[in-house]
Design a protein around this ligand. Sequence first.
Ligand code: DGJ
Length: 719
Amino acid sequence: MTIDYVEAQNAWILTTRQTSYVLRVAAPDNWLQHLYWGQKLPRNEDYFAPGMIAPPPVSYSSPNTLVEEFGNQGLLKWREPAIRAIFDDRVRDTVLVYDSFRTGQSTTSLPELIVTMRDNFYPLKVHLHYQVVEDLDLIVRFVEVENTGSTPIRLEQLASAAWHLPVKAETETYRLTHLAGRWGSEFQVRHQQLSEGKTVLESRYGFTSPFANPWFALDGGYNQEYATEEYGSVWYGALAWSGNWKIVIETLISGRTSVVGGLNNFDFEWFLAPGETFTAPAFVAGYTAGGFGQASRNLHRYTLNYVLPRNHVNEVRPVLYNAWEVYTFDVNEQNQMALAEKAAKLGVELFVVDDGWFANGSYARNNDRAGLGDWEINRQKFPNGLKPLIDKVKELGMRFGIWVEPEMVNPQSELYQAHPDWVYHFPHRERTLQRNQLMLNLARADVAEYIFSMLDKLLGANDITFIKWDYNRSITEPGWPDAQPERQREVWVRHVQNLYDILQRLRERYPQVVFESCASGGGRADLGILHYTDQVWTSDNTDAWERLFIQEGYSLAYPIKTMMAWVTDAPNAVSKRSLPVTYRCHSAMSGVMSLGGNLLEWTQVELDETKRLVAEYKQIRQIIQEGELYRLSSPQTGFAAVQYVSRDQRESVVLAFLHSQKFLRSTPRLYLRGLDEKALYRVEGLEQPVSGAALAHIGLKVSLKLDFDSCLVELHRVN
Ligand code: DGJ
């Protein structure tokens, strides 16, 4: 059973293949006590064995031993709370006690436990949802808060979940791994030994942001043993929210570490009218003894199986072409057609026109100072509309895609001139520009409707099957002066809810369209947006070497099928580094390979090699995009290697990258993972097939000699 109710203990045991998660109602006050999260134990009795677990406290004299499942009991507001509500009489104290439970199935067909808590005086109910992903050792949690009374309740803080790790000795702590970054260097992997106190990962920018990503991993658990890629205990999770988010990792002097995460309480308020329910986003987490590699494979599979939009999840992602690095805003019918011809010859399947195609007259989008908001096709650049280009692209055997940034407006636009009140602003305050643009107040129903109908018109009038949805600034002056005063701080959440809603409606009306999430690169990558978009523009940094670091971090949390990677020019537009074309292709082939360079100026060698590798990529992309990922060697070491294994273990691909030659050292052996040890594999470059065991234990020898040397090795099972 994945969900067991143990009546004698008034407890629930959630069981996955390798793990269990245990909570119970604690007497005498009927609060909810967390008991256990980790390796599954053979006997259920052990979860409740007297002396093994902390007894429910009868007094609050030692509050640090109290492990509250969804914290906010009595005096315990010293710790990061999971909920803070204010009742109509201004009482700011929430005392949640157990009410009832039920089990069932989630909308995604997962077994689900719902434990309902209620305030012991006020008309507030909190429904804690637990969905059990048995085969992936994950638990998906979220909460619904319900006002069952006749007066309003104001929410000031609401987490999706609190996760509690096994207690450690006072002198020992967990190690936190998280992702930090900025424009051009998203998803950088950071490690930090925790100490008593809080570590806060968050965004207050209004979107997920490149600065931190809502994913965490904790290791160093039992006896201070650190995990590696393949071995060791890791507790990890990811939050499905694309707005202001917060994950607080708190360690107490008692040795207890908890992770509380969900909506950021910064400037947050939600007005819960009588009868209303508010739902917090999902927070998925798991425990594995299989290191960071298994943790990310579990999250990848979860995202593929349950998160990504269903209608395109089983298709391999096409090789696309995008000329942003070539022309920036100077796109026109002629130059796009010329590139489309070149791209088609190299095997490109989807041709995308980036920024610059819209707005007219003095607001024409010729740079980032004007035009956002005026989504009419620019008549100088495309005198006959998009049709001639789309027809040409289709004639060449490709599909057509286009860039938009619907949430934004330049003051230099007809839209802003007509609706200056449609942007976030405060009266008497200057409206801060970023990239010369302001942000539309998507919390407003009329703005949301405008954005939907603009895109509806664009998609309805043109044969477009791909949208790159960009977002290039943070929210400042988050004011909504026209709203009721008690609703004004809801903008942070309503913006994201309405964004999701627009995407959902568009997907329903245009199921053929694939959506890409972009925010100046990888600034909006999270399990929330990935429910509505099919892939992510990983970074504007397309330097193939620096990209390996970005891709390593991205792959800790998100699946390869969503990780876009373009082959661009040498020298690179951002880093000015010139890398060999093979290396550039191999780096992009580690994700969803696409092209973004100036093909009109590439040498014949570059064109031939790219054509060859695009063709090879198409042969193996299913393994890369849908297989299991093993990070064999980190780019941090100067020698990077990744391996992908098809789910049936019949095919595998290895990509390896040397940064620079040193002392004529030979390349380290690659001890392959995930193969069937008993099976024989034909390995490119080897005369005879060898066993999976040999590849795992003798290792694969690749010979990389030069600076920025790289190789790709295919393996196919022969028996
Ligand atoms: C930022 C994106 O990351 C780029 O790829 C490009 O689309 C520009 N915006 C266009 O303004």
